[in-house]
Write a protein of this length. Sequence first.
Length: 82
Amino acid sequence: MTPKEKANELVNKYLRTYPIYDNPTVVISYTNNEAKQCALIAVDQVIEILDVVCESKSYDPFEAPMYDLKEWKQIKEEIEKL
């Protein structure tokens, strides 16, 4: 999945309607801008965790997390473009 596709997938997850508590007749839905903000918060959390992993003294720079970090930063850029 490309960063652009992943960005769209994440934003679309927040565009669904969600029942509030245990009452299915009361729902909440986000605007496109709110959905983008939610997706950005989630992506920022992933980036923050990967930053810690990549800065770890025991981290091997040839392992996957560094590449994952770059990809998540690209995903964040794509969300911001939406």
